[in-house]
Structures are given as structure tokens and as C-alpha cells.
Design a protein around this ligand. Structure first.
Ligand code: PMV
Length: 340
């Protein structure tokens, strides 16, 4: 063992075909496959140090440049995953972890995807181990944030449900794989922030409730054709086909949430204003398409040449508090600037 401390950057991803609902919530095995792209400007930076002595994990959160003990609920979720990673590695001791996001957390911007993929990758590097991407994807997924399984890869990513060898879906094969590299198609994600506060219902609760929606039954029929359309549209860089499915998927996700028992409303009034503005942009000849994760903020996907026009349009929508520019990127990496 030569190395005990490592720092990594990992990015959120935005799903085009959504993961909503699970076959096995404990293992975060999704009900259906999903397709996403990994972003490059929003990131989680995480430093992990392994200490061989017995002790409690130390978990720090950096906000506004100050590194402090993280809030209790946050510590609990991270510590639970550190225990799992320690079991996987077959080691003793404990970890010190420092982490920061350069974007609002828990607001439907997939901070859990970047956060848990960074944690899994950071632990692996702090232990000076090298693992294949499938193993890393599985380790990220076992955090309980399924979408973290996709953030271990850059570019366009598909996350299948895994093989059905025994009627129980297989934990080992439920891992993300690359559909196309990041330089295949330079898509941008212009994010209209309408609510930077933490969302009230977690994704885990959303997944748990989703089969109480009367529309859940139709999900199965829609998903395969949509996966096929999106795979093909990405490979052919066909923004119109891609965009139509993108919007339909986001509406389905939120319909399922709103019709679950009890109902979940992630949208704010300004969410609808942004959706209307994006439709108007298309009438003006700008091929831009919206999607949303489990939150009120809207991700507007377009090709690079239209990014500035989309940003200007979204900044003018009443209720939009900020507009972030992001883009497809190459995925997580190790860096030198440690948080402690
Ligand atoms: O990864 P989780 O468990 O936080 O669920 C995220 C689900 C969505 O972001 C809403 C959709 C997706 O596929 O990323």
C-alpha cells in the first residue's frame, strides 16, 4: 500500500430515458434501463483518506469555502456507503472524507449521482486499487442512488437492468456502459434554476411509490421503443427525434410522480414558464428540448451553436433565479487539489 489519500472530481448526469421505479430498491436495481449523458462543468470534488486504525468515519462538507462536519443525515448516508465499500475492499480501519459541490445539492441536479460516484472512485483510489468501470459502476450504484452508476462513465451512457439469470436480476451485471464517447456529439445542457432549495420528497421515496400510479402499467410498453429511438438518435446525431423522446420522458416521469399515492409535485410555477419558453424557442427555429429530473429545475438540451440563444431566452423567464451552462464531458478523474 503506497497511497492513502486521493481526490477525485465526478459529474452529475442528465437522463434522457429516465430511471423511475426499482426492481430491488435496496440494491438500486432499476425497473427499466435508462440512457444519460455525463456533464462536465457541475462537479462534486471528494477527498478520501483511509486510516488503518479503528474509529468512526469523519465526514466533512465544504460550503462557501469552509470545510465543516457535515449535517447528520448527510453523514449517515455517506457513512453507510463507506461501510459497504470497506466490506467490499476487505479491509479494516475508517475513512476521512471531505466533499463539495460547485452547484446546488438535492435540487434535482443529480448531486447524489456525482457525489456517490465520486465517493466510490475516491475510496478505490485512496486504497490504491484499480478496478474496471463495471465494478466502479456497481460500487457507485450500491450507494442506493441508482443514477450514480451512470456517472462513473463520461459521454453517452446506458444503464441496463442486468441479466435475469435466475428470475432475480443480477447485481453484478446491472452496470453502466458507454453508448458513445463525449466527443461524438457536443450537446449542451442549459439548466434553468427555479428552486435551488432541497426537494421535499427524495428520489428513493419517489421510486418506492411509483407503482401506485395508474400510469405505471403503461411504462413497460413505452420504454423499449424509446430506448431504441434515443440510442439511434444519439448515434445519428438526430436532434429532432432525440428531443421529442426527451420531452415525453420527462413528462412521463412527472405524471407518474403526480399520480403516485401520496402524490409528489416537484414542479414550481416557473417550471411551466420555462417549458413554454422552450416550445416557443422551437417555433422561432431553435432546436432546444427540455427535460427534468426529480426536481423543479429544467435542463434544456441543444447543440453547441444554439447555447447562447437558449441562455438569453431562459434568463428572461420570470421566476428563473439563475441559468447554468453545462455540456457533455469525459467523466470522472483524479486531481491533486485535496480538500484537506
Ligand atoms: O439515482 P436516484 O435514485 O437519485 O434517482 C434519480 C432518478 C432521476 O434522476 C429522476 C432519473 C434518472 O434516470 O436519473
Amino acid at each position: 500500500m503506497t497511497q492513502h489519500k486521493a481526490t477525485v472530481l465526478s459529474h452529475p448526469n442528465i437522463a434522457f430515458v429516465k430511471y423511475w421505479g426499482a426492481r430491488n430498491l435496496d440494491l438500486a436495481i432499476p425497473a427499466f434501463p435508462s440512457i444519460s449523458m455525463t456533464l462536465s462543468r457541475c462537479y462534486t470534488r471528494t477527498t478520501v483518506e483511509w486510516r488503518k486504525t479503528v474509529g468512526e468515519h469523519e465526514i466533512l462538507l465544504q460550503e462557501a469555502g469552509v470545510l465543516e462536519t457535515a449535517p447528520e443525515a448527510f453523514r449517515g448516508r455517506i457513512a453507510g456507503h463507506l461501510d459497504r465499500l470497506r466490506d467490499w475492499a476487505g479491509i479494516e480501519g475508517h475513512f476521512k472524507v471531505g466533499t463539495e459541490n460547485n452547484f446546488p445539492a438535492a435540487a434535482g441536479l443529480a448531486s447524489s449521482a456525482s457525489g456517490f460516484s465520486a465517493l466510490a472512485f475516491g475510496v478505490v483510489r485512496a486504497l490504491d486499487r484499480t478496478v474496471d468501470v463495471a465494478t466502479l459502476s456497481r460500487l457507485a450504484r450500491l450507494s442506493g442512488s441508482g443514477s450514480a452508476a451512470r456517472s462513473v462513465l463520461g459521454g453517452y451512457v446506458e444503464w441496463p437492468v442486468g441479466d435475469d439469470a435466475t428470475t432475480l436480476y443480477d447485481d453484478e451485471t446491472c452496470v453502466a456502459r458507454e453508448l458513445a464517447p463525449h466527443d461524438h456529439w457536443d450537446l449542451r445542457d442549459v439548466i434553468a434554476l427555479v428552486a435551488a432549495d432541497a426537494k421535499k420528497v427524495s428520489s428513493v421515496d419517489g421510486h418506492r411509490r411509483t407503482d401506485t400510479s395508474p400510469y405505471w402499467r403503461t411504462r413497460e410498453e413505452r420504454i423499449e421503443p424509446r430506448l431504441e429511438l434515443v440510442r439511434r438518435a444519439i448515434l445519428e446525431r438526430d436532434i429532432e427525434t432525440f428531443g421529442e423522446v426527451l420531452e415525453a420522458e420527462a413528462i412521463d416521469l412527472h405524471c407518474l410522480a403526480m399520480t403516485s399515492q401520496p402524490a409528489i409535485f416537484y414542479w414550481q410555477p416557473a417550471t411551466l414558464s420555462v417549458l413554454a419558453r422552450v416550445r416557443a424557442l422551437r417555433d422561432e427555429g431553435v432546436p432546444a428540448y427540455s427535460t427534468m429530473d426529480a426536481g423543479a429545475n429544467v435542463h434544456v438540451i441543444c447543440e453547441a451553436e444554439h447555447e447562447d440563444r437558449v441562455v438569453t431566452a431562459l434568463e428572461a423567464v420570470p421566476g428563473v433565479t439563475d441559468v447554468l451552462r453545462d455540456a457533455i464531458g469525459p467523466g470522472p478523474r483524479e486531481v491533486d487539489d485535496h480538500l484537506f
